[in-house]
Design a protein around this ligand. Structure first.
Ligand code: NAD
Length: 310
């Protein structure tokens, strides 16, 4: 038996499945507590506006989940539903109105927009103080510069929180992030850098992704490539976070989703791994709630970051 497989066998007993659903309940409780304390101080609750264009069924399921989670923690929410054939100008006008409405503290534009619409122009029209997705260039720049009060993208914040359940000291750890989108990969790499990791970012043009993963203590897979990461890519004992959501129906299989990691194989090698579903997904919504409360607190100037405890 090779030394690789001996160590794999050794690690099997230690492999843990990180429970994103349970962790999301913990964060929701922290958010509820912050809202309770904020309301006692200023007599108001955060209010999130969710803008949805068209009838994409997946978008409507995501929005329903977000609204439900808002209600659960005490965030007021409203859904602005626009027809699929709405003009760019009308959508822009709706977002500009929400940006100036003082009763709205957070604005979320559900993506993707119908074909032919320019999402970037709409995102730029969101008041950066209300940009709870952290997609506005001002927030992105502030976040990349490590400045206070920057609203960072939700999914990478969720990934970091999942990693923190397994790793207490990130300093000097090697991390490989697969995928470099502005929404997940790039801000994920930045968050890990801020924690003191050495980070390798890889993408679809990178050479020897397998080798770059195998050298890592932490792998975050955010490529949108089903079961890309195999056991042989993973250093025994590494922590693996799977961001990918790949619909099996799109692959000609029966309905369901898989991640970017071959879960059944990799769980035998990693020290800890997130499942799909039930890993990163619930945390993305948790950090939407956190960002909404942070945006509200920043706008009203109620607590310092330390007092807010989020
Ligand atoms: P994207 O398409 O914008 O970016 C994908 C990135 O992965 C690109 O940098 C691309 O170069 C790289 N890539 C693609 N195929 C690759 C391959 N075979 N090898 C290496 N790199 C490759 O996607 P995104 O918005 O960053 O999302 C990535 C995945 O994460 C998708 O499956 C998406 O559905 C999922 N996602 C999940 C959540 C969640 O809450 N769980 C949130 C956002 C995105």
């Amino acid at each position: 038996m090779s030394s690789f497989h001996k160590s794999v066998r050794h690690e099997i007993e230690q492999s843990r499945i990180i429970d994103g659903v349970a962790l999301s309940h913990t964060i929701d409780a922290e958010v509820s507590d912050a809202i309770f304390r904020l309301e006692q101080e200023c007599g108001q609750r955060p209010h999130l506006a969710v803008v949805v264009v068209g009838e994409d069924p997946a978008s409507h399921i995501y929005v329903a989940n977000k609204v439900k989670r808002c209600r659960k923690v005490g965030i007021e929410s409203r859904k602005i539903q626009l027809a699929a054939n709405v003009s760019q100008e009308t959508l822009l006008g709706a977002v500009e109105e929400l940006s100036t409405d003082k009763s709205v503290h957070g604005i979320l534009l559900q993506l993707p927009l119908p074909q032919g619409m320019d999402a970037r122009e709409i995102i730029h029209a969101i008041d950066p103080a209300k940009d709870v997705d952290g997609f506005h260039p001002l927030n992105f720049g502030r976040f990349m510069a490590g400045l206070d009060h920057a609203l960072a993208p939700c999914t990478p914040q969720g990934c970091l929180r999942l990693l923190q359940t397994e790793i207490s000291d990130f300093q000097g750890k090697d991390a490989t992030v697969i995928g470099c989108s502005n929404i997940v990969g790039k801000p994920m790499a930045e968050l890990l850098l801020q924690q003191g990791c050495s980070v390798t970012s890889v993408h679809h043009l990178s050479h020897d992704i397998e080798g770059k993963c195998r050298a890592a203590d932490i792998i975050v897979a955010a490529a949108g490539a089903p079961q890309l990461v195999k056991a042989s890519w993973v250093k025994p004992g590494a922590v693996v976070i799977d961001v990918g959501i790949n619909r099996l129906r799109d692959l000609g299989k029966k309905p369901g989703i898989v991640g970017d990691v071959d879960f059944e194989e990799v769980r035998k090698v990693a020290s800890a791994i997130t499942p799909v579903p039930g890993g990163v997904g619930p945390l993305t919504i948790s950090y939407l709630l956190v960002n909404t409360v942070r945006a509200f607190n920043n706008q009203l100037g109620v607590f310092s970051d330390e007092q807010l405890k989020l």
